[in-house]
Design a protein around this ligand. Structure first.
Ligand code: SAH
Ligand code: SF4
Length: 376
């Protein structure tokens, strides 16, 4: 008996760079300009189905829908914080889920009055690096996201919220430098002249310090802003709370940061979570100042978001949040040492939308304090 079951395509058309799409189009005997039209329909016109690609002849539209999916995200759930932050849980066609967070306010270091809308995107499903303070790390690693899956977080957030994203930070789930090829491909597409979704200057990649990949990223042109999660000023403590530090120590991390600045001329941002009594002494401030002073940089001091909801196994170092008073004092101390230090205020606290908390919301819906609901 003939099998009439339709096999659903699994490749997302957004996984193609413009050049790749053009080659594909030519390989199937179509003129190259069709690639431009398809790109325009996907990224400028933001069509929701191949049927809406009106400039494309029907036979090619049919071919595209047989071969590709247009949107890699099959379902979403949004949670709204009282401060305007929106957290999205996105399900992909193949069963994985990630979170993205839209943060409407500007951090204090940005003097521009333009209203910024930052999207914190995920690069992996889970994370293998298991930092002791991070909820995503507790999920373990499932897989890398494809370029199309990363791009779809941005396009779906814009579509659902009807708000234009002005900045993208790779500070969601996962370690972007462990998925560098797909992250760079997504950035190339998002910043492509034809797609015109976002300016490259408004994208930041955050890393826990994967040294060879930092060096590779330093060679990428045009360069991309880099944030480095430091969180400790001694090798002993960093090793304890960030297992990746067992592989690369603080001095090699500093050398890689310095190299990044020398190659790109973009100041490196350091992220430093303040833990009560663990990394907030005057000695820490002095060491931190010394660490970042060798090249232009700035430090974001971050409030620790408790992740006890993940039931982490007890660690050697017991981590709890520093008080606001301690944080202010630490920032002042750094400033008195001539360091460009800023407090990164917390967004979406009431919906667990902060960095490092992206992991368990789906399971914890019933405990969420924010307004929550499925929106289409
Ligand atoms: N893997 C990358 C990017 C994702 S994590 C990295 O580690 O940099 C994004 C930021 O959230 C990092 O600075 C990370 O250290 C921070 N973070 C993780 N867990 C946190 C928590 N519980 N509270 C506050 N910040 C956290
Ligand atoms: Fe991974 Fe970053 Fe979380 Fe560490 S802080 S476990 S590197 S996502």
């Amino acid at each position: 008996m003939e099998n009439t079951t339709q096999i659903k395509p699994s490749k997302c058309i957004k996984d193609f760079s413009y050049e790749e799409l053009k080659s594909f189009i030519q390989e199937i005997g179509e003129p190259a300009y069709r690639a431009d039209q398809i790109y325009t329909d996907i990224y400028s016109n933001r069509r929701n189905s191949f049927d809406e690609f009106k400039t494309i002849p029907l036979n090619l539209r049919n071919k595209l829908s047989e071969e590709f999916i247009l949107n890699s995200i099959t379902n979403h759930h949004a949670q709204y914080s009282s401060d305007g932050t929106i957290k999205f849980l996105f399900d992909y066609a193949n069963g994985s889920s990630v979170e993205s967070v839209m943060i409407p306010k500007s951090d204090e270091e940005y003097e521009d009055t333009m209203k910024r809308m930052t999207l914190c995107v995920s690069s992996q499903v889970g994370c293998a690096l298991d930092c002791s303070f991070c909820a995503t790390g507790k999920l373990k690693f499932t897989r890398n996201l494809t370029a199309g899956e990363i791009i779809d977080q941005v396009l779906n957030v814009e579509r659902i919220s009807n708000i234009k994203i002005s900045n993208i930070v790779f500070m969601g789930m996962g370690e972007p430098l462990m998925n560098l090829d797909n992250v760079l491909k997504a950035i190339d597409i998002l910043t492509n002249q034809k797609a015109m979704i976002i300016s490259r200057k408004r994208i930041t990649i955050s890393t826990s310090g994967i040294i060879p990949k930092m060096n590779e990223l330093a060679e990428v042109k045009p360069p991309i802003k880099l944030a480095v999660s430091l969180h400790a000023t001694t090798q002993d403590l960093r090793k304890e709370i960030m297992p990746i530090a067992q592989k690369w120590d603080l001095s090699s991390l500093r050398a890689a940061c310095e190299n990044y600045y020398r190659k790109t001329k973009i100041p490196v941002t350091f992220e430093y979570i303040l833990f009560d009594g663990i990394n907030n002494t005057d000695y820490d401030a002095n060491r931190l100042a010394k660490f970042v002073r060798a090249f232009p940089s700035k430090i974001n001091i971050i409030q620790f978001h408790d992740i006890s909801f993940t039931n982490p196994v007890p660690q050697k170092v017991d981590l709890s949040p520093a008080s606001m008073e301690q944080i202010d004092k630490f920032v002042d101390k750094l400033r008195s040492l001539g360091v460009n230090a800023f407090l990164r205020t917390s967004s979406g606290f009431d919906i667990d939308a902060a960095c490092g908390q992206l992991a368990f919301s789906k399971k914890n819906d019933e405990t969420d304090n924010g307004k929550s609901g499925l929106i289409k």
